[in-house]
Design a protein around this ligand. Structure first.
Ligand code: RIB
Ligand code: CA
Length: 325
């Protein structure tokens, strides 16, 4: 049974690998990709998505621009991690494929109202602005969403942009509060998981060993992307966040966690954007999200590398001069 998904994303090198993983996997039907403002502003993320689709040979994918600002406050970006383009580390040509006219929020609403209820999974890889706006504009979509699988938040691992908050939630805590308060089934991939999927040298070399143009692009992205976190955490490699969302859909057995209550701090300046996960069930509040805490990291990279190699071989078929070896 093919899983129908909408991807909402703010590329971001890790977002790019997540999109490629989805496009490489026949188990998934990507109904559309919506650009979020996050790692870099919207004019860049909508271009980056189309660059990734063209890299995958998938100019058929419909790409939409979502909201340029969070539901409240002003946009906070992360060029210090991802570079000025959002995908520094490799150069790709400006996209030729078009950006869809329809607003990404309206695409989300229209798709969920058209597709049979309970058949579409929404995968968010960036701030939750577009989904939060869609749920606010059309609350009737909430009960039609099969599940939301999101990269965001943290508990035992703390935050990454503040001591308390992870970037995706921090950028738009109001939108996150709408989503987590909506009653939609949620699977969270927090920092507690993504900090266990590090881009170690062996893993990056396994991707480089695929050979050819696409693999060289991926390694360029990973080498650039990890440098900030390696310097910050002193870890062997950086946390590869967003592909965990897609990997969960492909091999859920790689992950383990717990259904628990997760609330979003939206007021306090000190802890704004914090995901307060009631792991031990002390609050009595409704259990609204599966908080993933563990992952088979080697299994994750084996899946990611095998699927990316499929794209690399397909690229070599399309463009022999980019042959693998
Ligand atoms: O905190 C990590 C998350 O923020 C990832 O999704 C990364 O791409 C950025 O969006
Ligand atoms: Ca992201």
């Amino acid at each position: 049974m093919v899983e129908k998904i909408i991807i909402d994303t703010d590329p971001g090198q890790d977002d790019a690998l997540a999109i490629l993983l989805a496009l490489a996997s026949p188990e998934l039907e990507v109904l559309g990709i919506v650009a979020a403002a996050g790692n870099v502003p919207l004019p860049l993320t909508n271009v980056n998505i189309r660059k990734v689709c063209e890299l995958a040979g998938r100019t058929d994918v419909k790409v939409f621009a979502g909201c340029s600002q969070p539901m409240s406050g002003t946009l906070v970006t992360a060029e210090y991690v991802h570079g000025a383009t959002g995908m520094d580390g490799a150069d790709l040509p400006d996209p030729v494929m078009p950006l869809q006219e329809q607003h990404g929020v309206d695409f989300i609403i229209e798709t969920l109202m058209r597709e049979p209820a309970g058949t579409v999974t929404v995968c968010t890889l960036g701030p939750l602005t577009n989904l939060g706006k869609a749920m606010t504009k059309a609350p009737e979509i909430v009960c039609r969403i099969k599940q939301v699988v999101l990269m965001g938040g943290g508990c035992f691992e703390g935050g990454n942009i503040t001591p308390a908050a992870e970037f995706n939630i921090y950028v738009d805590p109001q939108a996150a509060a709408v989503v987590f308060g909506s009653g939609v089934p949620i699977v969270m991939m927090p920092l507690d998981v993504t900090h266990k999927t590090l881009t170690t040298r062996a893993r990056v070399e396994a991707i480089r060993a695929i050979g050819g143009h696409l693999a060289a692009v991926l390694v360029g992205w990973l080498d650039y992307f990890e440098r900030f976190d390696v310097a910050k955490y002193g870890s062997e490699g950086g946390p590869l966040h967003d592909p965990n969302v897609i990997a969960y859909l492909l091999k859920p057995e790689l992950y383990s966690g717990r259904l628990c209550n997760v609330e979003i701090e939206t007021e306090s300046e000190l802890t704004k954007g914090m995901t307060v996960a009631d792991w031990w069930g002390v609050s009595g509040r409704p259990k609204n999200a599966i908080f993933m805490r563990d992952v088979d990291a080697d299994g994750f990279y084996a899946l990611l590398t095998e699927r990316l190699s499929r794209l690399a071989h397909a690229e070599a078929e399309r463009q022999p001069k980019l042959r693998l070896h």
